[in-house]
Design a protein around this ligand. Structure first.
Ligand code: PLP
Length: 355
């Protein structure tokens, strides 16, 4: 039996989207491909509120995280750590030998403008990495406020944002916020299968890239831009993903972006209320994520046994990530799931646990 995915990615994919992926193949240097690429890029620009470039990459998000730091870090990058995925980005910079420093807050806390300001004030940085939605802890940091502070006080800093688990689930105003790169894979709030990622790349980021001698090959922004002007990619793209993304973006606009974001919030509010009734929310509720709810297992129930029984009923939720395994659990409410879906889910868990 298929288990409906209430995990923080990959998320449940509708049949219509799977069918769009089965569209007959075209050559990636054909005009039909360029039309498709242009259509997807224009729709993403509308969703992300940008007049700049949106690049398309056939890889998971991690690839673009690596590409972003390789293209943009010249002097030194500041990594802001509040969980496992922000830590991963820092590991990527380390693996590439990039000069870096970190600030860290306890898991469950957000990255706020004051702590970023205090560190940037030490000087020497030219790039900042922010994780908008820390999927391991269920925390949405106030990226618009951090970016506003950075743009006002440190105009030379390139701002890179991992929005992997919230893009298409929360509003993003790329140009107004002054972001340079905001990236995401399509397997979370976009509700496509995994394997494809998108990223805005500002003119400022492109200028920085021109000063960086070794940007790598596959994710080289300058090389990608040479092709992007013709609505192409340097290497053969995952064309099936573009068909699915084009259809999904149409469906998102048909739903209405504001309605989509409100739906994510409504699912989050339901899960939070349920969690507080039976368990406890993990972390700072003021920054609780609209796309993943992170719950402390205060009653010590057997998570594995519960999830197994849930599986028999056709659903799946997630254990705590990394150090939280066995201590917390997470409900992903992303993409095309509805309030009715999460209401059904929590009723099943109530029934299984006899609550
Ligand atoms: C916040 C965040 N960043 C990065 C990643 C890595 O993404 P991917 O597995 O698509 O490379 C994830 C995956 O869960 C994530 O949640």
């Amino acid at each position: 039996m298929h288990k409906k995915l209430f995990i923080p990615g990959p998320t449940e994919v509708r049949d219509e989207i799977l069918q769009a992926m089965a569209t007959p193949m075209i050559g990636h240097r054909s005009s039909a491909y360029a039309d498709l690429h242009k259509s997807v890029e224009e729709k993403l620009k509308k969703m992300l509120n940008t007049e700049g470039r949106v690049m398309l990459f056939t890889s998971s998000s991690t690839g673009v995280m690596e590409g972003a730091v390789r293209n943009c870090v010249g002097k030194k990058v500041l990594h802001t750590l509040n969980g496992e995925f922000s830590r991963r980005w820092c590991e990527i910079s380390k693996a590439n030998g990039l000069p870096l420093d970190t600030i860290e807050v306890a898991p469950g806390k957000a990255i706020t403008p004051d702590i970023v300001d205090a560190k940037l004030a030490e000087g020497g940085f030219d790039t900042l990495c922010l994780t908008y939605n820390e999927t391991s802890t269920g925390i949405l940091s106030p990226v618009p406020e951090v970016a506003k502070m950075v743009r006002a006080k440190y105009p030379e800093i390139i701002i890179l944002v991992d929005a992997v688990s919230c893009m298409a689930g929360v509003p993003i105003h790329n140009d107004e916020w002054g972001l340079d790169v905001i990236l995401a894979g399509v397997q979370k709030c976009f509700a496509l299968p995994p394997g494809f990622a998108v990223a805005t790349v500002s003119a400022r980021a492109m200028e920085r890239a021109k000063t960086v001698p070794h940007r790598g090959y596959y994710f080289d922004f300058i090389e990608n831009e040479k092709y992007a002007v013709k609505y192409n990619t340097p290497a053969t793209p995952g064309i099936s993903f573009l068909y699915a993304l084009d259809k999904q973006l149409d469906d998102m606009f048909a739903e209405g972006l504001d309605n989509r974001y409100a739906r994510h919030l409504a699912m989050a509010e339901h899960c939070r209320a349920w969690a507080k009734q039976h368990f406890a929310l993990y972390g700072d509720e003021a920054y609780a994520s609209p796309t993943v709810t992170h719950i402390t297992n205060t009653t010590g129930f057997d998570f594995g046994a519960m999830n197994k029984e849930l599986g028999k009923r056709g659903a799946q939720v997630s254990d705590g990530y990394g150090p939280f395994k066995g201590k917390t659990f997470r409900i992903g409410h992303m993409g095309d799931l509805t309030l009715a879906d999460v209401t059904w889910l929590t009723a099943q868990i109530d029934d299984i646990l006899g609550m």
